[in-house]
Design a protein around this ligand. Structure first.
Ligand code: NAP
Length: 301
């Protein structure tokens, strides 16, 4: 029987592990992937985490994991299949084990949202990608397209300008959502063409991406753009399916809790991108982990 099980090892889960081990709780982190860090391992450059003017997401995640390891945090790499969160003894069931614990921190994070247009599913892995830092190098000297206007899309576009011949950025409005600092950086890139107020209607190609057909939101007109790669960055969706019906969520599947991470289920806390919150950043995920571990500690004592 553990004091605390932390589900997820992104910045929220790792921060919770650091706080929990320092509080001498018998805690276990269950992580899905062999590399800790969650979404940030695919972030090329992080420029807004205090203490590091610039650091790769992978390096930051590695430092966080090493910090947790240095304090003696325990990790297993397993995928959570089912949870029983009611009562004093909570059960976390993976494909290999059933873990019992007095408290749980859900820090399972979020993953990329899909677009749902024709061609996306068929050409996934054949030119359709959701990770510019993972796949960008395949498009050296080629033309690519990024869909989206948020921080991820614009960071991806800037990253891709360094290797691609040309980067089209398609956005459904005529104003970007991304932070101003990123917008300014994008403007400095010479090989970018903005395709405003448009969406991807379909992605086409014989066995690999060859072209994207965009549709104007203003007049419905179509445009064919010849590209070898399509990077879709249209937001994130919480990885909360396994918790559905077990804990209170909003309509988007985010688990409801305030800054303290306290949910409607006693002994169950939530931290990071999977929580209802106004700002999803590495620093707010790390803060969530600290808050949730402190709330769990109070609950246990
Ligand atoms: P996001 O901020 O939700 O942006 C998603 C973008 O995709 C928006 O521009 C949105 O358009 C567009 N979009 C959504 N659904 C669409 C659809 N069906 N068709 C076409 N376009 C669609 O998502 P994100 O960029 O992945 O970022 C997720 C979170 O992580 C955010 O809180 C973000 O601030 C944070 N983040 C921060 C950093 C950083 O600080 N450096 C880096 C990456 C991510 P609209 O603008 O019209 O809604």
């Amino acid at each position: 029987m553990y004091d605390l099980i932390i589900i997820g090892s992104g910045p929220a889960g790792l921060s919770a592990a650091i706080y929990a081990t320092r509080a001498k709780l018998d805690a276990l982190v269950i992580e899905e992937n062999y590399v800790s860090g969650g979404q940030i391992i695919n972030t090329y450059e992080v420029e807004n985490y205090p203490g590091f003017s610039i650091i790769s997401g992978f390096d930051l995640a590695t430092k966080m994991r090493e910090h947790a390891d240095s304090l003696g945090a325990k990790f297993v790499t397993e995928s959570v299949k089912e949870v029983e969160l009611e009562g004093d003894v909570k059960k976390i069931i993976t494909e290999d084990n059933t873990y019992e614990t007095k408290a749980v921190i859900i820090a399972a994070g979020a993953s990329h949202r899909e677009l749902g247009c024709p061609g996306e599913e068929e050409l996934k892995g054949y030119g359709v990608s959701y990770c510019a830092t993972c796949d960008g190098a395949f498009y050296k000297g080629k033309d690519v397209l990024v869909m989206g206007g948020g921080n991820t899309a614009i960071e991806d576009a800037i990253f891709l300008t360094r290797m691609a011949n040309k980067v089209y950025v398609v956005h459904r409005r005529d104003e970007l959502r991304a932070d101003k600092v990123l917008q300014d950086k994008l403007k400095e890139c010479k090989n970018v063409e903005m395709v405003w107020s448009s969406v991807i209607d379909r992605i086409e190609g014989e066995g690999k991406v060859e072209r994207v057909i965009t549709k104007s939101k203003k007049d419905g007109s179509e445009r064919t753009i010849e590209v070898s790669g399509v990077f879709i960055a249209v937001g994130i969706t919480p990885k909360s399916d396994v918790f559905k019906g077990k804990i209170e969520m909003d309509e988007g599947g985010y688990i409801k809790a305030g800054e303290d991470g306290v949910t409607n289920t006693p002994g169950v806390f939530v931290a990071g991108d999977i929580r209802t919150k106004p700002l999803r950043q590495i620093v707010t995920a790390a803060a969530d982990g600290a808050n949730a571990a402190t709330s769990a500690q109070k609950f246990l004592s």
